[in-house]
Design a protein. Structure first.
Length: 284
């Protein structure tokens, strides 16, 4: 007797040979991609991820957005770190987002023209904690794609929370991600951090554009000497072993933190990520 295909709706009355011509089989797997907002046209979606927290992922995402905007590109930032959103404060965005309709939310706009959507722009009090379970958080991230009127964008930079949980999974499944940058730091954990994020991206068939090392070194303001305060950089060796490109090595610079704390991150011009920007501009 031929083996029955239990995945078919009529498995009780058909066998494997008859299922080969079944219309439901011909459709193939259903796409999980969410429909883009009708008033949006985003050319490239770029994720910024890390295998662990505390590596300055939001800082890197915002630096990438600033650098792209400086080239004349139309840029947006989706703050997908729902439980720890920081992008609005970095840019001094305090007014709540405006809703034109139930599925038409206008993003805030920074002084250098970057469109931003974050949960902090929707909360009555930005300092209230977000005590939600994963599925609800993932649903909010999807709505940032389906309900936000991004308009014409060349790049949408998605600042994701650390790790490999619900939000990165939702972004990878629901958004047409063109590639990601993995953010790390110069510590012994670097290989594990990069490998964790890399393995998830490859499992989801998401291209990894490169690795960006934050807190790479400190340049003495008096003598100019390079000081490896977190240990000697390992990013070149790790990237080479994984056949990845290095998108930049960012030093510890107190002026960056001061501008972020003052809500003036639009003034940051981080030339250390030039290799990453070159990679993105080649996308067209």
């Amino acid at each position: 007797m031929a083996e029955k295909d239990s995945s078919c709706a009529s498995a009780s009355s058909c066998d494997r040979s008859s299922c080969e011509g079944c219309p439901s089989k011909a459709k193939g797997p259903e796409s999980l991609k969410a429909a883009q907002n009708a008033y949006s046209h985003v050319k490239h979606v770029i994720g910024v991820v890390s295998g662990k927290g505390g590596v300055g992922k939001s800082f890197v995402a915002a630096s990438i957005a600033n650098a792209l905007a400086k080239t004349g590109a139309e840029v947006g930032i989706m703050d997908a770190d729902i439980t720890g959103p920081s992008i609005p404060k970095m840019y001094g965005l305090n007014d709540p987002a405006e809703a034109l309709a139930e599925d038409q939310i206008l993003p805030a706009i920074t002084r250098n023209g970057i469109k931003v959507m974050s949960l902090n722009l929707l909360m009555p009090n930005p300092e209230d904690p977000v005590i939600w379970r994963g599925p609800i958080i993932a649903g909010v991230v999807r709505q940032f794609w389906t309900d936000v009127v991004w308009g014409e964008l060349d790049y949408l930079v998605v600042d994701m929370p650390p790790g490999t949980g619900d939000v990165p999974l939702t972004v990878f499944q629901s958004l047409p991600v063109d590639g990601i940058f993995i953010v790390t730091s110069p510590q012994d954990l670097v290989k594990m951090i990069v490998t964790k994020a890399l393995n998830m991206a490859r499992a989801m068939k998401i291209p990894v554009l490169g690795v960006i090392e934050n807190y790479s070194y400190l340049k003495c303001p008096d003598c100019g000497k390079i000081i490896d305060i977190f240990g000697k950089s390992k990013v070149d060796d790790v990237a080479k072993s994984m056949e990845l490109q290095v998108g930049g090595k960012i030093p510890v610079d107190s002026s960056y933190a001061e501008l972020a704390d003052a809500g003036r991150f639009d003034e940051v011009d981080n030339s250390c990520i030039a290799p990453a920007i070159d990679l993105l501009r080649r996308m067209g």
